[in-house]
Every structure is written in C-alpha cells, then in structure tokens.
Design a protein around this ligand. Sequence first.
Ligand SMILES: Cc1cc2nc3c(=O)[nH]c(=O)nc-3n(C[C@H](O)[C@H](O)[C@H](O)COP(=O)(O)O)c2cc1C
Ligand code: SF4
Length: 441
Amino acid sequence: MSDVIFQPLGFRNLSVKNRVFRSNISGRFDNYDGSGSQARINWELKFARGGVGAIISSFVPVHPRGRIIPNYATIDRDERIPFWRALGKAVHDHDCKYILQLSHGGRQRDIPDLEYPKGQSSTNKKDPLHGFECDRMTIADIKDVVGAFAEGARRARDAGLDGVELHGANGYLITQFLSSAINDRTDEYGGPLQNRARFVLEIVKAIRARVGRDFHLQMKISAADHNNALALLKHEGPGNTVEESAQVCKWLVEAGVDAIHVSTGSSFPHPRNPAGADLDVGMLSHTYEQLASSGTNTFRNLLLFHNALTAELFRKQWVEAGVPKDQIEGLTLPDARTIKQAVSVPVICTGGFQTASVIRKAISDGDCDGVSIARPLVANNDLVKQFAAGRDRADKPCTYCNKCLVHVVEHPIGCYEESRFPSTEAMLREVMSVFQPPAFQ
Ligand SMILES: Cc1cc2nc3c(=O)[nH]c(=O)nc-3n(C[C@H](O)[C@H](O)[C@H](O)COP(=O)(O)O)c2cc1C
Ligand code: SF4
C-alpha cells in the first residue's frame, strides 16, 4: 500500500498532494506599512521547493489595528492583492497550495503599532504577560472586525490563493472571545460557550456570505487553553477544555468551516506552543527589550530576564510548564483525536512533528488527517523530500531549542541552533539566504 503521508488530502474545496502542511511561521520581512516584499516570497519558496503539500501563511492582519508587529504583510486593503497574487503564483509553480491566515491580534501583540498603540479585545483587562492595554470592543467594533475578516477572505480569493485559515488559536482576538479565562463580557458575546463562540461564528457566516461556499476555509484553534500553566499566571483560570473546543468545532463546521487545525495554549508563545526543550533567556533579555518597554509590566519583566537568578527561575518554570523533550513530537495529538471524533471535516494537527513514522502512525490511527510543521521545516526545509526518499528523520533534526522563537522579534527568522551547522558563519549564511534574490537586481 502506498505511504499515507503521500496520499492526497481532499477537502470540500481543495485537494493537497500530501499530508504535510508548512505551519504558520515567518519573520519581519515586509515594509512597515504592511506591503509585501520579495523576502517573504523567498521564504515561502524554501518550503514549496522542499515538497510540502501546502503552506499556511503566518499571521496576516485583516485590519491595521490587528497587527502584532511591524513588517508583516497585511490583507487589510485591495492594494495588497497584487502582492499576494505574486506570492501565490510563485508557490503554485512548485505544485504547492497556499492558504492565508486571516488574523487579528486583539490585545496580544509583540510590538505595538504606531497608528493604533492600543489594542482592542473582548475585555478591557491588560494582557497578563506584557501588560499591553486594550479597549473592550463595542458591538459596532465587533461588526467592523467581522466585516474586515470577510473582506480579507474576499481579497485572498481575488489573489488566486487556495484558501484561508482563521487564526482562532494562541491567544489572539478570536481566542480572546472563545476563552473563558479571558472573555469577561456580560453581553451576548460573553458568558456561556455559545455566547463566547458567537464572534467567530459570525466571522464564518460573513465570510461565506462574501465568498460563497466554494472557497476553502479552515480554523486554527487552541483545543485546550492551559491558560494558567505558568506559576506567574496561577491566579488566572485554566480556560477552555478540549471538550468545549470540540463543541465549538462542531458549530464551526455547521457554519461552513472545511477543516480544523488543532493547536494548544491561550497565549503566544506558551510553554506548550511552540513546546521547547529549552529557552535561551540570555538572548531573550536582548531581543525582548522592545516588547518589555511597550507594555506596562516593563520593570517586572526586564528585572526578570536581566537578573541571572530570576532569569534561570523563569527558564526552568517555562520549560517545566511545557512537556519533556521526548514528548514534544505530537504533543497535541490526543486533542486532535477528540476533535476529529466530533467533526466530519479533515483535521490537521500541529506540534513537534519531524519523524515520518510518527506522522504515518498519527494518520493511520485516525488521530488526524494531516500534520502541520513549523520549526522542523525551518531546520530542514526539504524534510518532506527526505521522507519521500525513505528517510525517517533528518540527520540534524530540530532540537526544539526555540532559539528561532527568541530571535524572531528582532532578527530574521531562521534556525539559530549552532550545533546543527559546521560554523556560526554557515548558520548566519543560511539565515540571511532569505534575502536572495533581492527585490532589485
Ligand atoms: C517564530 C514562530 C512564529 C510563529 N508564528 C505563527 C503565526 O504567525 N501563526 C500561527 O498560527 N502560529 C505561529 N507559530 C506556531 C507554529 O505555526 C506551530 O503551530 C508551532 O510552532 C508548533 O509547531 P512546530 O513544533 O512544528 O514548530 C509560530 C511559531 C514560531 C516558532
Ligand atoms: S532554532 Fe533551529 S533547532 Fe532550534 S527550535 Fe528553531 S528550528 Fe529548531
């Protein structure tokens, strides 16, 4: 029988040539105003050439107020369509599909925006980690943002892309409505699960009304919030359970969602996402400075990372609140299984995948229909081609050190695990290769 990894995956409106999706990940490649750059196209082409069936973009804001960091391309106006069309065409030339992640950060950001220094959310409580302030959204604000998601989907379709994904995971605006630990509203968008799901269900209905039924639409969801995993946040509630998320997924499918992408954790980053074997607090104290000074918890957080003792305590706590290194690969599979049993559409699972036999077993056992991979593909862009050649794992796998994560706020995205390269120079050459070819030659 043929290898299940290389069997096509059929969705209602989309067919993907194999079961491996590049999970959402990128760096700050674009212009400050959200217009796209050649470096983003170069980045995506690394994975299209490496053999993944589809690429799911990183966070693409549907509205300027929903930006989380400067220099990420947006889809908030029609002027952006030609860039996304060029990117989609370049990826399609490698027989790879392209799904754009429609996103809004709400109160959770990395670096606040020049035009909209204050975020908006289901609540008016600051985000607990950085202390980013936000306004509680009015009903009119909610309608505006729902409309922005629908227009984003229409622009992605007009750009010839293969589908869109709602970023309903990892603490961004949709999670801020879904999560019982964050949403403190007393109106029809807060309280019971049905009310907390109203915002995302309105987005799905608005997208279907705008683009029709024949354009691929999937939802990335944090199956379990684990909201108080860190001792620092023990005073908060645990947030949504997998069972609650399974119910939300049923409603999403009824409303017109074609696939579910299962993630975990009510914030980004979260000790379980991306789950790490370590946390480079030394580098974090350097790259985190801009973030720290943007929120209201600046003094606490700078002290935390700049003092050797507290930095080490935080590192230990962060790693311990995740999972042991040998359990990182497939850590979200039990959640994916629960959700798959609840819905009739394909389920994609994210979290640590980089071994062909593990992926094959996950699909064969019915835990999920496909997997998405971020860091292990950053480490080995051609991992899928290696699987096709019969290799079970790359010679130099991703170590889950999360150095890519701590660098990304300030430096180009890439693998920063020196032990995987013959020299520091070779590592930096690979990181900088995303700028080749340049925009102007
Ligand atoms: C640097 C970095 C940036 C990421 N950006 C996004 C993003 O924009 N949207 C998203 O849904 N997930 C994002 N993720 C999460 C990944 O897509 C993925 O779900 C997670 O890292 C677990 O998969 P992995 O173990 O294969 O890396 C990011 C992860 C990293 C490390
Ligand atoms: S820096 Fe490299 S090895 Fe470390 S987690 Fe990122 S991709 Fe993996």
